[in-house]
Write a protein that binds this ligand. Structure first.
Ligand SMILES: Nc1ncnc2c1ncn2[C@@H]1O[C@H](COP(=O)(O)OP(=O)(O)OP(=O)(O)O)[C@@H](O)[C@H]1O
Ligand SMILES: [Mg+2]
Length: 251
């Protein structure tokens, strides 16, 4: 069985079928993009995969265990970190504090037996290590609100990484970034995925980025998987080209 298995997921909102029999499997360490036009169901699929929504039918299995239908805090404990399409940080706290809060709650949830003092020291080291990983160590003291949009997204990634996920799910990690910021963020994600053996599943509208880093791509359209495979196959797929009107996917 694959590391992450999505099987026959159906999810409706009233009369709207947002996901129709969606299946996909992701191997450990893989970088997988989930793409599709606006409203295709990408965020809904992320919400089902991370416990924010229960599917009407079908199941999600992670590392052999069924995770669909269990609440988000338990999904996180199983080793799945996620970021949202809209940045989710504490603007009034410093960069350091944002990651510190995430780490403290992670340690508490894991019922760490460390004493508070030892815990505090270890957390400080861990916060600095995570900030170093995303290139924000020199801004640890800045208020999160004054960061550039790109740096806020990096901070969100740091918060997600603080809980030591084995699978990182990022919904439009480069939304609203300049081209330069996007490229930097993607290079960062690629580096983290390689160095930490992290499995990465992400959604993205910029096709240069998608084809630049993905090992596999799943294409959704109107809640259905219309293609799934390696970038070269996806690029050549006539249905995919039609879905994108041939505009964004260059030869
Ligand atoms: N909570 C909800 N209630 C009702 N309809 C919803 C809800 N969430 C999503 N939808 C609908 O489900 C469909 C899929 O939405 P979703 O947000 O998953 O698309 P998406 O692929 O993430 O789009 P985008 O690229 O714009 O982020 C859309 O038609 C959307 O309007
Ligand atoms: Mg979305």
């Amino acid at each position: 069985m694959a590391f992450l298995e999505v099987r026959d997921i159906v999810k409706s909102f009233g009369g709207l079928r947002a996901l129709q029999d969606v299946s996909l499997s992701v191997e450990k360490g893989e970088i997988r993009a989930i793409i599709g036009p606006n409203g295709a169901g990408k965020s809904t699929l992320f919400n089902v995969m991370t416990g924010l929504l229960s599917p009407d039918s079908g199941e999600v299995r992670f590392d052999g265990e069924r995770i669909s239908g269990i609440p988000p805090y338990r999904v996180i404990r199983k080793g799945i970190g996620r970021s949202f399409q809209i940045t989710n940080i504490f603007p009034r706290m410093s960069v350091f504090e944002n990651v510190q809060v995430a780490l403290f709650s992670h340690h508490r949830e894991n019922r760490s037996a460390l004493t508070l003092a030892r815990n505090f020291r270890e957390v400080t080291d861990e916060v600095l290590a995570v900030l170093g990983l995303v290139g924000l160590a020199d801004k640890f003291d800045s208020s999160a609100s004054v960061l550039s949009h790109g740096d806020q997204k990096r901070l969100e990634i740091a918060i997600t990484l603080a809980c030591r996920p084995r699978l990182l799910m990022l919904d439009e990690p480069t939304a609203g970034m300049s081209r330069f910021e996007s490229r930097e963020t993607i290079a960062l994600l690629q580096k983290i995925s390689r160095e930490q053996g992290l499995t990465l599943v992400f959604t993205e509208h910029d096709m240069d980025i998608v084809f630049g880093i993905s090992e596999k791509i799943t294409v959704l359209q109107q809640g259905m998987v219309i293609a799934d495979g390696e970038p070269a196959e996806i690029k050549a797929n006539p249905e995919v080209r039609k879905a994108y009107l041939g505009e964004e996917i260059a030869e």
